[in-house]
Design a protein around this ligand. Structure first.
Ligand SMILES: [Zn+2]
Length: 339
């Protein structure tokens, strides 16, 4: 009796592993689990109908501070391939994989990319390499290689899908270059809530400033607040840009204090939902570009048109009208006297 219980204890993990190993055989399509929605979308674009893809962090969630749930453990246990960004983006993934017992291969999508380190934020490695679509091509290459290893019989289809995706990324890169060139060079300054746009800025020649560092798990420091206020004043920045995964409260206060506006919403660490302009990775980068260009090329600075300024203008107009009336009355009286 005692011996059979021991056998059970020894055999259980082996049974779990076997169930995991044969799960793909029973399912029609292999399941690729990505840490975030952006990478799950890239997998769908290249794997097309050959794979199912799923994201651990849901749309709108913040991967920097994500806390995995029991559902994620079940999802990872079913995975045939796991893809992650790396560069400290999803610090929770190793524990999650261990807890799930998954033996699926893990592909790091930033392999082959030279990371940026953020000097302003204690030399932290910047994980947001996907924000530059030229880096996006390296993500696509890594995904293609992992998918071909998973489905060698479908190599040709995967290769075709991959080449089509690379062409789309090339035209997106061209589109961004053309759009950014319409912004006056002195105005190419992008202020965002957290430091997610360095790869994008480096590629397309934008200066970057942000309230938070490359992660979102720290509090805003007074020195960062002062630095941002100074940049806004000195460079006469007309707009700030909020991000979809970050609470805009603090950022709205900065805009209010400086009497400027939020120029629109950018997507950095998550896709938007299906009805948003950022429902895919390609659309997300394109939408960000449109929002940035529209904000930084706005000829009228909405900040100058505050209620306070409007009332001052009205008082001035009334004053001028009053003076004019008085002058006309005086001239009329004078003519009366001379008649
Ligand atoms: Zn981020």
């Amino acid at each position: 009796m005692h011996l059979s219980f021991l056998k059970y204890i020894i055999l259980l993990p082996i049974v779990i592993l076997l169930i995991n190993a044969t799960a793909f055989g029973q399912r029609e399509k292999p399941l690729v689990v990505a840490t975030a929605s952006i990478f799950a979308d890239m997998v769908s674009a290249i794997g097309d109908t050959l794979v199912e893809s799923a994201s651990v962090v849901p749309i709108g969630g913040d991967p920097h501070i994500y806390e995995p749930t029991p559902r994620d453990i079940r999802l990872l246990a079913k995975a045939d391939l796991i893809v992650k960004n790396g560069l400290t983006f999803e610090g929770w993934i190793s524990d999650l994989i261990n807890n799930s017992g998954s033996a699926a291969p893990v592909k790091t999508l930033t392999e082959g990319i030279t990371p940026i380190t953020s000097e302003a934020h204690q030399n932290a490695t910047d994980p947001h390499a996907w924000m530059d679509p030229v880096n996006g091509k390296m993500y696509a290459t890594n995904i293609k290689e992992a998918l071909i290893e998973l489905l060698p019989a479908h190599q040709d289809v995967i290769q075709n899908q991959y080449e089509k995706y690379i062409r789309q990324l090339d035209s997106l890169d061209q589109y961004i270059r053309e759009q950014i060139s319409t912004i006056e060079p002195a105005k190419r300054i992008l202020i965002t809530s957290h430091d997610a746009f360095h790869y994008y800025g480096k590629r397309y020649g934008l200066r970057l400033e942000s309230l938070l560092g490359t992660s979102t798990d720290a509090d805003v420091r007074t020195s960062d607040m002062m630095r941002i206020n100074q940049v806004i004043r000195e460079q006469q920045i007309p707009v700030l840009f909020a991000e979809s995964t970050i609470n805009p409260k603090m950022f709205e206060q900065v805009a209010k204090d400086n009497k400027i506006t939020i120029g629109g919403k950018l997507y950095s660490d998550s896709l938007g939902d299906k009805d948003s302009p950022a429902d895919t990775y390609l659309n997300m980068v394109r939408s960000n570009t449109d929002v940035i260009v529209s904000g930084l090329t706005s000829s009228v600075n909405p900040a100058t048109d505050t209620a306070e300024d409007s009332s001052t203008r009205i008082v001035m107009i009334i004053g001028i009208l009053f003076c004019l009336t008085a002058l006309i009355f005086y001239l009329w009286r004078k003519r009366l006297f001379t008649v």
